[in-house]
Design a protein around this ligand. Structure first.
Ligand SMILES: *[C@@H]1O[C@H](CO)[C@@H](O)[C@H](O)[C@H]1NC(C)=O
Ligand SMILES: *[C@@H]1O[C@H](CO)[C@@H](O)[C@H](O)[C@H]1NC(C)=O
Ligand SMILES: *[C@@H]1O[C@H](CO)[C@@H](O)[C@H](O)[C@H]1NC(C)=O
Ligand SMILES: *[C@@H]1O[C@H](CO)[C@@H](O)[C@H](O)[C@H]1NC(C)=O
Length: 382
């Protein structure tokens, strides 16, 4: 055991912080749903390549709406704001609300053959596989279960990337989505600024350095980095919030201190190293392309030395884009460029607030006033 491990263990075991943590930090999606007035169902979906994903459903009489979370995040992101969360708001309006989980997170860490604890290949995935395998399985499952021919879908951050992969590579799914609401659409990263641009620049080096350790799973439950993160964030939540703000934009008013202990009970969850690397490549290559395995491997897989781009001309589903002025990850200029590339944008909405950041779409404390009216209008219209 290294000195750092021992000191982390000391931090972890020294002071009991649990008494300060609100109940909502520990409740799972189903329990939160019940607490805020709705019984929920849990469904398991198996993808064509064997991953087992949990879908949470709050049944309703209106058409099905799918909610898809971002990177190292999970379905909980749409319900941790309780009565003012998107899942509860949609349920209150009567929508058949489905919050999905993509492979690797704590609700989707299962496979028919692979063991996530011992088989490194379990973690050999990125948003590419979410879009190519997970979303088709999820969508077909929901359509079959509800008897509907189409659904409406709402994605945040990586949840949008997953959709853009889907619609480009499996164009038959464009017709199954009646309207796609993309919050913080994460496709082009041509306008990154420090510190994120610097982190992206260091990505290949970090990749090289970390590879020999064979840590393909990030933030595994019970891992030392996950426990350390939790403990540090429980004790100094404002510090952890500052780390998030450095990456995704500063907006302390919408992400108030009191909410942080609930948030850090659910975020981050497990994810693959490869997933981060793929995003890193998007940032470095400034193209929305498949995974770059290096020239020789690319040639074998793709019959060309450079990875091909996802063909967004195929992405024909009706799309509404939502961007934030202060979103350092999805710069407004990048979203506006995406808008010119996509064939079927029905609405582009730049959030009114100058401070609106990457996280305010799921965690902001005024979403009911500033965001949901636009979403509900789109769901009614399409
Ligand atoms: C959520 O919590 C309930 C009640 O404790 C439990 O029955 C259920 O299995 C949990 N669901 C998941 C997916 O962990
Ligand atoms: C959530 O809102 C409902 C309906 O307005 C209310 O009855 C309930 O007390 C609220 N729940 C919590 C935990 O605040
Ligand atoms: C489709 O739904 C029916 C009833 O809801 C169920 O019995 C059947 O197993 C489902 N099929 C698939 C492929 O999920
Ligand atoms: C992309 O898709 C469009 C529409 O199907 C097609 O015309 C075009 O040739 C494709 N581009 C590439 C590079 O494959």
């Amino acid at each position: 055991m290294s000195i750092t491990t021992i000191s982390l263990l000391l931090i972890v075991t020294s002071v009991p912080a649990n008494s300060l943590i609100p109940e909502d930090a520990r409740l799972n999606f189903t329990e939160l749903s019940i607490k805020y007035g709705h019984s929920a169902e849990e469904h398991r979906v198996t993808t064509a390549d064997g991953y087992i994903l949990t879908l949470f459903r709050i049944p309703g009489k209106k058409p099905p709406v799918l909610l898809l979370h971002g990177l190292i995040d999970c379905s909980d992101t749409f319900i941790i704001r309780g009565n003012s969360s998107l899942a509860i708001t949609l349920a209150n309006k009567g929508y058949d609300t489905w919050a999905a989980n993509t492979r690797g997170n704590k609700y989707a860490r299962q496979h028919t053959k692979l063991n996530p604890d011992t088989d490194l290949t379990f973690w050999d995935y990125s948003f590419h596989d979410h879009g190519y395998y997970d979303l088709p399985a999820i969508i077909d499952y929901i359509l079959n279960a509800t008897g509907h021919k189409t659904l409406k879908s709402i994605g945040h951050s990586e949840g949008t990337t997953d959709h853009f992969v889907l619609g480009s590579l499996r164009p038959e799914y464009n017709e199954k989505i009646q309207i796609f609401i993309a919050m913080a659409p994460s496709v082009f990263f041509k306008h990154l600024t420090p510190p994120l641009s610097l982190i992206i620049g260091m990505g290949p080096l970090l990749d090289q350095v970390s590879r020999p350790f064979e840590i393909e799973e990030l933030f595994r439950e019970g891992s030392i980095e996950k426990i350390a993160f939790e403990e540090i964030c429980n004790r100094n939540a404002v510090f952890c919030r500052e780390l998030l703000f450095q990456v995704g934009g500063h907006d302390p008013k919408r992400l108030e201190r009191d909410f942080l202990s609930v948030l850090f009970g659910h975020f981050p969850t497990s994810g693959s190293r490869k997933g981060l690397i793929h995003y890193n490549q998007l940032g470095l290559r400034k193209r929305f392309g498949l995974f770059d395995y290096g020239a020789a491997s690319n040639l074998k897989r793709y019959r060309q030395t450079e990875p091909p781009d996802y063909n967004l001309t195929q992405f024909s589903m009706k799309t509404a884009l939502f961007a934030g002025n202060n979103d350092l990850i999805c710069d407004v200029k990048d979203v506006e460029y995406l808008r010119t590339v996509l064939p079927n944008v029905v609405e582009y909405h730049l959030m009114d607030s100058k401070r609106w950041n990457h996280y305010d779409f799921v965690w902001g404390n005024d979403m009911q006033k500033t965001l949901y009216p636009y979403i509900l209008k789109l769901l009614e219209k399409f």
